[in-house]
Design a protein around this ligand. Sequence first.
Ligand code: AMP
Length: 215
Amino acid sequence: MSPAKLVIALTKGRILDEVLPLLEQAGVTPQEDIRNSRKLLFDSNLPNVRLMVIRGSDVPTYVELGSADIGIAGKDMILEYGSQGFYEPLDLKLARCRLMTAAAVGARLDGPRLRVASKFVNIAKRFFAEQGRQVDIIKLNGALELAPLMGLADCIVDIVDTGKTLKAHGLESRDWIADVSTRVIVNRAAMKIKHAEVQALLQRLQQAVERQQVV
Ligand code: AMP
């Protein structure tokens, strides 16, 4: 019997650059230069594996709905998507950072109703609800650091790595929300129906992650 076909949805950008070498170590290489192509769907060296390159925020959607069997995306995108509709069996330990709240250095955030700007509106809503705080969430798509500076918001929920971006804008991180790294997610039906192929790939990826940790 020929192996079941697998579609892997990859996140474009920074995550793709870090994931391609890991995939290669796991025995999957795109048939063409994936980083410098306008195409979105690629064959690989394995006849049964195809690769899609899409926005990280779309990876959970493709995997939950089964148009991709496997997805590779940041934990921030998975948390923001907010569904439990797929498995998350493997942490690739790449593109590590934290989701934090941040505000102007020394600013007091004890008013009755906070204005919170973020790209991660679902994460922000959940976090402040758990804190029992009343907030108005303002959706932005980038340059979140500007929001407190320009008086649009009291604080932001954003990705922090070194903290340099916050510092350069007179901001400081406040509350930790979650640790973020690149994760592998798997469609629930594919995990059963394509079990052998999915497990074999997960195992090879796991070994590649372990090798990478040792280096
Ligand atoms: P830093 O100045 O090192 O704290 O980096 C913060 C900025 O870099 C954030 O505003 C993000 O836009 C971006 N960034 C850093 N690490 C990541 C990551 N792992 N995934 C996505 N964006 C990141």
